[in-house]
Design a protein around this ligand. Sequence first.
Ligand SMILES: O=P(O)(O)OC[C@H]1O[C@@H](O)[C@H](O)[C@@H](O)[C@@H]1O
Length: 312
Amino acid sequence: MGHSAAVWDYKAATEITKDWNGIDQVVLRSPQGASARVSLHGGQVTSWRSEHGEELLFTSSKAIFKPPKAIRGGIPICFPQFGNGGSLEQHGFARNKIWAIDDDPPPLRPNDSHGKSFVDLILRPSEEDLKCWPHSFEFRLRVSLATDGDLNLISRIRNVYCKPFSFSFAYHTYFSVSDISEVRIEGLETLDYLDNLFQRERFTEQGNAVTFESEVDRVYLSAPNGIAILDHEKKRTFVIRKDGLPDVVVWNPWEKKSKSMGDFGDEEYKQMVCVDGAAIVRPITLKPGEEWTGRVQLKVVPSSFCSDHLGL
Ligand SMILES: O=P(O)(O)OC[C@H]1O[C@@H](O)[C@H](O)[C@@H](O)[C@@H]1O
């Protein structure tokens, strides 16, 4: 039985608990019964449940919840580098660090707080981070859960250094699906993509949707701000809306790569797909004092909603 949003105490609906390694995690709840869990390990969303209690994000049964290893699943944040194209470790260091709760974040738009339970986190570089990436930044992350169960992530990255710096970024979102062979992604048709399986060679998407029958590891360029993941068997559709994030990563490791990953089950590739709002191909450059914002809104709807209703 849901509670009325009017009397729902959003602040009280936000609870801090500890995971089994003693690391703080924040649980957000909506009046209708949806929930989300955010770990200070990586600032990573590790669970997002619908009002019916269904888990919407995939986390591997072999995930290792021990920093500095990033958790295999949920929404790892790739910053300041996506992939292994730069001098840093794969996908950057943000996902391996312990973040802090930000009790006094600079204001956001009223709509970002109103009718939502939320938490604000912050990451500042350690001495060790500055040795391998000598740029001082403040990374503020707001994770919020709306009354209707939509999950929103807002990243604000500020240059607090005396020189410009550039970075790439992705919300590496592991969606839970029933069977990858039955999944279609709409919104990427006709776009160009860089294929990581062919040394980042550029191709053009030919299909009228992205479907999966082998490993996929791509970065789609200049994608529209609305993308849909249709899960035929579960009869549900995820809708991603993004802002400030021109690219979209699509990844499924398929059989062979799954077997090579120590923190991933051999068959688990069938139950997940990563579709990330990202800024990769043209890195973001910030001058001293400048701030960048990248947002995603994740929504789940029954398959019966047609794309026209979703306004994609
Ligand atoms: O194992 P990681 O570091 O979490 O990365 C997962 C995958 O992330 C993808 O986006 C990369 O393109 C893949 O090559 C990589 O395997």
